[in-house]
Write a protein that binds this ligand. Structure first.
Ligand SMILES: C[S@@+](CC[C@H](N)C(=O)[O-])C[C@H]1O[C@@H](n2cnc3c(N)ncnc32)[C@H](O)[C@@H]1O
Ligand code: SF4
Length: 381
């Protein structure tokens, strides 16, 4: 425990509207009074889980990162979010340069001047990084993804965050939406760059079971995304972002400077320690992996009463831990130490042009980043 970096993930399970492609643990509470009550109950439950976590983690190193994700944390009243972050600081030692990320939907921050107020409160509460879900800058594509924000919302939201003194921002994009053209994708990349962000995440659209999008693909009203097209979009993204001075540091993530990399997400890929607070949140501490119950009411009641709210728990044996380290670590530009990997498998992926050895570490090539699963299968034997 003492030597391994530790982060906190806080899962806010609410959104203003459900996007048809999304399978995350999140709920829409339409009535404003019900939503306010649900949000307050969530913060009470989270505060109680933080108390329990701090007791279990006694003796652990100071937190290096806090990530408030969702769902859409920006649906919370900013003062409530600040209360949640205060609750963290009251219970945990934190590193002096603690990274605090909040995920936000740019649309929710874009109505009638509230963006400045929200990001101002976040900045005062210690938020150092905001990750905005733009997804696309093309109205037709946004529409298909059920996104309600205007394409230009990201620029305004990023500018408001930086003006409030928040050092880093990120823009999330999705490629491979049915009907999206190469020109559409180029326009989205340009919009992310024009927004002035120092970090971009680009994800291939996943067709998640149980979503409205999956039903539309199944009934034939939308075509399934093409793998070849997604690969071409990925290459375009990498070329454009590298051309604009961004460097990839994880398969789906590019940053303008090393300081703009998301330290919290690096913790996941390096298989370090994190405690996930909230309904459906996942944790990984000391070789144990667990997840909380997904229902926000059941979770909040159990957390507040300080009774068990774990849904699944797995103690990882050495083989499972080694496989996780491989699966996650190979996605990073820093790669994995060649020592400890099977020599013939390393030779094979290098000969196939999927990876190179740099200073004793195995690093994916651009082709390898598109075939990371193949590389893992080869290395895992
Ligand atoms: C769970 S959302 C949280 C942020 C915020 N609610 C939003 O949507 O902007 C985090 C990111 O996950 C990505 N995501 C969610 N579902 C996805 C899917 N089916 N395929 C690809 N990316 C997805 C989106 O890019 C989104 O920005
Ligand atoms: S993508 Fe974001 S806004 Fe849309 S439903 Fe999922 S968590 Fe909510």
């Amino acid at each position: 425990m003492p030597a391994t970096p530790l982060g906190l993930y806080l899962h806010v399970p609410y959104c203003a509207r459900r996007c048809g492609y999304c399978a995350f643990t999140t709920y829409v509470v339409a009535d404003p009074a019900d939503a306010a009550a649900a949000h307050a109950r969530f913060v009470d439950g989270a505060t109680a889980e933080l108390t329990a976590a701090a007791a279990v983690l006694d003796g652990a190193p100071p937190l290096t990162s806090v990530f408030v994700g969702g769902g859409t944390p920006s649906v919370l009243d900013p003062a409530l979010l600040a209360r949640l972050l205060d609750a963290v600081r009251e219970r945990f030692d934190v590193a002096q340069d603690l990274e605090v990320t909040v995920e936000a939907n740019p649309g929710g921050l874009d109505d009638g001047g509230s963006a400045e107020e929200a990001v101002g409160t976040w900045a005062a509460a210690g938020v150092t990084r905001v990750s905005f879900g733009l997804q696309s800058a093309v109205p037709r594509v946004l529409d298909l993804l059920d996104r309600t924000h205007a394409p230009e919302a990201a620029g305004r939201a990023v500018a408001a965050a930086h003006a409030a003194g928040i050092a880093h921002t990120s823009v999330d994009l999705i490629y491979g939406t049915p009907g999206e053209t190469a020109a559409d994708w180029d326009a989205s990349l340009e919009a992310a760059l024009a927004a002035g962000t120092d970090h971009v995440s680009a994800y291939a659209l996943g067709i998640e079971p149980g979503t409205r999008l999956a039903a539309r693909v199944r009934d034939g009203s939308l075509p399934a995304p093409s793998g070849d097209e997604a690969a071409e979009r990925y290459r375009r993204a990498d070329a454009r972002l590298e051309g604009a001075g961004f460097g990839w540091y994880e398969v789906a993530n590019w940053a303008r400077t090393p300081g703009a990399r998301c330290r919290h997400n690096l913790l996941y890929w390096r298989n370090e320690h994190w405690w996930g607070v909230g309904p459906g949140a996942h944790s990984h501490v000391g070789g144990v992996r667990w997840s909380n119950v997904r229902d926000p009411g059941a979770w909040a009641d159990a957390a507040t009463a300080q009774v068990d709210h774990v849904e699944e728990l797995e103690v990882l044996d050495q083989d499972a831990q080694d496989l996780e380290r491989l699966l996650l670590g190979i996605r990073l530009a820093e790669g994995l130490p060649v020592d400890g990997l099977a020599g013939p498998a390393v030779d094979r992926v290098v000969a196939d042009g999927l990876a190179t050895v740099v200073a004793g570490r195995l690093v994916l090539t651009l082709d390898g980043r598109l075939l990371a699963d193949t590389v893992v299968r080869a290395l895992a034997g």
